[in-house]
Design a protein around this ligand. Sequence first.
Ligand code: GAP
Length: 486
Amino acid sequence: MVNEANNFQELISHCKEYGYIFQSSEIYDGLAAVYDYGQNGAQLKKNIRDQWWKSMTQLHDNIVGIDAAIFMHPTTWKASGHVDNFSDPMIDNKDSNKRYRVDHLIEGFAEEQLAAGNNHLAEELLTSLDTLLASNDYAGVKKLIEDNKIKCAISKTCNWTEVREFNLMFNTQIGSVAEESETIYLRPETAQGIFINFLNVQKTGRMKIPFGIAQTGKAFRNEIVARQFIFRMREFEQMEMQFFVRPGSQIEWYSYWKDARKKWHESMGIPAEKLRFHDHVKLAHYADAALDIEFEFPFGWKELEGIHSRTDFDLKQHQEYSKKKIQYFDNDLNEEGKPFGNYTPFVVETSVGLDRLFLTIISLAYKNETWTKEDGTEDSRVVLKIPAKIAPTKLAILPLLKKDGLPEIAKELMHDCKQSFHCFYEEKDAIGKRYRRMDAIGTPFCVTIDHQTKEDNTVTIRYRDTMQQERIALSNVKRLVMEKIS
Ligand code: GAP
């Protein structure tokens, strides 16, 4: 019988200790809400990204992938609405100078009330917050904070500024001569790179509606409240897909992608009961339907992916600002089945944060297990039960001793397998210690080469999740691992 204990702080330390995630610029005391992925983290992140890319572009005949630049013409962000609208209402505490997003401040207070059993007050607060934000009544929001005596976590005072909007886009200068330089933005989402390439892709790929364009890449947001490890970062990666459809069919496609994306998350090993849909009540001005796929993170239910029916807003905006016709000629249908002619396609978007999905997967995988052995003594281990198909290293190859020809056999196996999947060779330390290290970085299979291998060409394979061991033919190792990770 194995007992498991999960702890978010322990997970963060584990990610650092085993080469998954480091605080950015740590030697200079770090940079807030920016993280670096280490040798194991970078590989896991790549494996997750590859699964998404394959599921979108290889497994759908009508979805293609692009890689647009991070820098885009500044008018892109005027057209998309980000220059004018991509901001959060914030409030500063005058004593601590700490800035808060008002919705986070009030939601945090409501959660405390819930925990204290004041359910009615918590509900009232959240409803008032929604109503006030929907009507941009910032004076009302401030009054709500003051009336409920919501305090700053640092100064513990209720001495607040007015509520003000802060734009979340980072900007920089392009051009070598200061006077001629122009302000450009670091993209806050990858989606606009898809919209501005709509015609390029549609025409060169001879794409017929419905079709999708997928993209993964970095996005940047000057998040004021950035916390919970890699959940909310200032530099992060998105995996987005814009699906272009006939006007009028968008809600049908929205339901399709809603279900398809939840199923995909389940295929990545996320249990269905840890996922739920959250419909947006207050829709963005460009959307006619929107929802979040939420995951139950160690700190509560939070957004993992957004599914948005964005109407024809983005393409029409870019048409207006660029003065280029951005339309699709549909030569299908009619007599009265309609289209047959030009229109601006509608868009259903799926948008998931790669880092957030990484956090989902690693927080599910992290287990601190203890159990009682047959002799009555206690044993324990920390293990990352990452699904084998995305684990950074698939197979550890471990000669029992550094002599007697065992390393030679191990190296030959390594040579045979490494073209097909990621292997790790290690001959130092006792075998038990080596198994524990492989558990801690999430390697699903370990193979030990011992003296019996020399006699009968068999090896011991150990399975990470069950710790079970069995003897199999050396010649079967590669095939078995390939089967398990496919
Ligand atoms: N193009 C639509 C869009 O960007 P969003 O809801 O703002 O929509 C989509 O972002 C996804 O990107 C989120 O569901 C989340 O997974 C991820 N994301 C957004 N902001 C993030 C941040 N600051 N840090 C990490 N991931 C973030």
